[in-house]
Design a protein around this ligand. Structure first.
Ligand SMILES: [Zn+2]
Ligand SMILES: [Zn+2]
Length: 301
């Protein structure tokens, strides 16, 4: 059966591809990685409570999630919404890997496969966050959705041939090691549990929770007519999510480096990009109007 699938930049669908036929399977590595960090991290709160631990947790979370995940990984590597020097791009992507979610290729693939699914006229419940809270948590954090006839996934040469990204992809879990050694040297074992284990567990859970609620309901400045899955803004947590909670805007303008595009929408990731620009380290920064409008884009009042 042909579903009349569209292709995206990196996801190429021929008539043999099905976006619907697949299975949700337990992913032992992903599941145990999260569970181990969550258990050790929660243990740290009760067994080794410390102010230094909390500070390490907060500072490293902010740096890795804002400069690393939101700016380096999402807005730069995945969407190419601005241009930065090669050394800076690699540094920001490394910080993004330090969040503990996946390597650079794994992140691009997860993002673009979900995006590809959400652009079709029919989207299965896994990539649409269609399930309720706990079931979706189980599906996203512990499982994978494996298609029977998947599309071809093509990485651009700039990423696929980059020796540093290939190395990071292979050893992404081990990137915690130098950080853990540094924390241990500065403040002992407790600091490692707070700054590595608890941080990874909270980052992964938070990332999933934002994705879950941002496809359920919330504020919308625009809709994409004709699509079953919409993105929503989650006002009030712009600061906490470094701008990623303006997900409705991101569906409307995926190419835009600025996520909080309307007045009053707090977007720390955008502030960071502006600061880089002031230092001469970011250029060709894309805004909502930098590319033609998406098909079906409609402004809501
Ligand atoms: Zn989305
Ligand atoms: Zn995106």
């Amino acid at each position: 059966m042909t579903e009349g699938l569209i292709s995206t930049e990196r996801v190429l669908a021929d008539p043999a591809v099905s976006a619907l036929d697949g299975q949700i399977l337990w992913d032992p590595v992903k599941s145990l990685w999260f569970t181990a960090h969550a258990m050790i991290g929660l243990g740290a709160i009760f067994i080794l409570p410390s102010v230094e631990g909390l500070v390490a947790f907060l500072v490293i979370s902010a740096v890795t999630l804002c400069a690393g995940h939101s700016v380096g990984m999402h807005r730069l590597l995945i969407h190419r919404s601005f241009v930065a020097p090669r050394w800076l791009e690699r540094m920001l992507v490394w910080l993004g890997v330090l969040v503990g979610m996946a390597g650079p290729m794994g992140m691009i693939r997860a993002h673009d496969m979900r995006d590809w699914h959400q652009r079709q006229s029919l989207c299965p419940p896994h990539p649409s966050h269609g399930a309720g809270f706990w079931r979706d948590f189980w599906w996203q954090v512990h499982c994978v959705f494996r298609l029977e006839s998947p599309p071809q996934f093509v990485f651009e040469a700039k990423v696929a041939d980059d020796q540093f990204y290939k190395w990071l992809e292979r050893w992404w879990m081990l990137q915690q090691l130098p950080l853990a050694i540094g924390l241990w040297w500065m403040g002992g074992f407790g600091l490692v549990l707070w700054g590595v284990n608890l941080r990874i567990a909270v980052s992964l859970f938070g990332h999933w929770a934002v994705g879950h609620f941002a496809h359920k309901k919330g504020h919308q400045g625009w809709v994409i007519d004709g699509l079953p899955v919409q993105g929503y803004n989650l006002p009030g947590i712009g600061l906490l999510t470094f701008g990623e909670s303006w997900h409705g805007n991101h569906h409307a303008f995926p190419h835009s480096a600025r996520l909080g595009v309307e007045s009053g929408q707090v977007d720390p990731g955008w502030w960071f990009i502006i600061a880089l620009e002031a230092l001469g380290l970011a250029r060709q920064i894309a805004g909502p109007d930098s590319e033609p409008e998406r098909d079906g884009l409609r402004r809501l009042n």
